[in-house]
Design a protein around this ligand. Sequence first.
Ligand SMILES: Nc1ncnc2c1ncn2[C@@H]1O[C@H](COP(=O)(O)OP(=O)(O)O)[C@@H](O)[C@H]1O
Ligand SMILES: [Mg+2]
Length: 290
Amino acid sequence: MAHVIVLGNEKGGSGKSTTAMHLITALVRAGHSVGALDLDLRQQSLFRYLDNRVDYMRRRGITLPMPRRVKLAASALDSRTRAEAEEGSRFESAIADLASDCTYIVIDCPGADSVYARLAHAVADTLVTPLNDSLIDLDLLARLDPVTGRVRGPSVYAEMVWKARQARAASGRTPIDWVVLRNRMSTLDARNKRRVAGALAELAPRIGFRLLPGFSERVVFRELFLSGLTLLDLKDTDPQAMTMSNVAARQEVRELVRSLDLGEGGEAPAFRTMGKSRPSEHRKARITAA
Ligand SMILES: Nc1ncnc2c1ncn2[C@@H]1O[C@H](COP(=O)(O)OP(=O)(O)O)[C@@H](O)[C@H]1O
Ligand SMILES: [Mg+2]
């Protein structure tokens, strides 16, 4: 069975597609066969990013590792029930198709609730939720008390993940490893940063996610889209671009891949150095706690 990595949250602009592209690149560069689904049917940012990569290769006359893509379309059926059923079977075939020859399947979700997004959450082995480093984005995970900043309860999205987890537990499969990462962290806004950090630390054990550091705010993330490249490609395609800032950014990407505990996901030996805190043990601990 392929390992399914889903990029999800119900807010746009938090870094799902950017993170998906970097994870895909890390995996294909490590020699894995990777399948990709872009469930943001309107914007298709991930597939456009990959189209840009194809263009780049053509222009330069070079080959870069690529994932295998399967395109999904919205059902055109009038009845909601029949449309959902049709999307359900399209999704199932897409996963079966990709799983036939891919070790990893990376699914990028839209920044809103959709039938496809729910189906994706239900098959996730790893769920990655990037969060802009702000209190507004935290609202996606939990309702905070406006005066004290303390957690009042989970949000609709956290409840959707909870339901996906329940369904998965009922089917006897390994639990979803839910990872939240802070994106676009700025060195400036120290007070906001502390408040977000405090609330996330309080939330993690309550909602059941692992908190990972994520990425700092860096212009390079926006610039790379057009060339279809990621921070992991630059050393080969454009060595001049490996400035100190880009090397630091690439390190953040590598740290993320390492901490995702994707088994043979590229940088496996480093997992061993993590000793007791192997994420898979967090997962086991969560099952026992549940
Ligand atoms: N760490 C970052 N620093 C700067 N810009 C970023 C960062 N992460 C993402 N972006 C930019 O923010 C925008 C939204 O990111 P995107 O990955 O498309 O989010 P989503 O898929 O969640 O809607 C894009 O223009 C992207 O280049
Ligand atoms: Mg997106």
